[in-house]
Design a protein around this ligand. Sequence first.
Ligand SMILES: [Zn+2]
Length: 189
Amino acid sequence: MTNLRPNCLVGLDNGYSMFRDKPLGPKCMCDYLFNGFRWGELVVIRAKDLPNKPGVYVIRVIERGLNVESTISYLNDVLGRTKWYEFLRYVNSRLNRLRRIGDCPVIYIGSTSGLRGVGAKSSIRSRYVDLAGRRHTAFFPILALLLAGWRLDYGFKITNSHSEAKELEERLKKEYREIHGALPALVAR
Ligand SMILES: [Zn+2]
């Protein structure tokens, strides 16, 4: 089959035709920086369509919603109900960054080699999945419980090494399963 693609841009990777070659929303004088990027609306993207390859990614405003102060307090009102000190401290340090949004629609530039991206498995796809809220496997269930008024306890035990910790984890899970016939509710099965 002949490679006849009239709109093909130089240097564009093949196979990502479900993505636009131009962003939506207001133009900016920095737009030329992102020539050759592929674009899709954040909430519509499926991770499986993204390249499992290293790269750089950009988040850009298509259309503004509530003003920044209302945007911050809206989420704060809900999350504050957890009364979860470290979580709220972290969330607020990040929400504060919204106050820096100015006229430029580009609000984030990141790459697969950022702090959390270190490691052979980091890719455009895995970073997107991180962005979509994949954190600790128990994060959202715990968040839901706290928002719903549950009170939770947290315990821990120190070990001498990672391998020792892994052994202890495996042993405790095995014994737990022998007692209850299944792993604890929020553990991946
Ligand atoms: Zn700009």
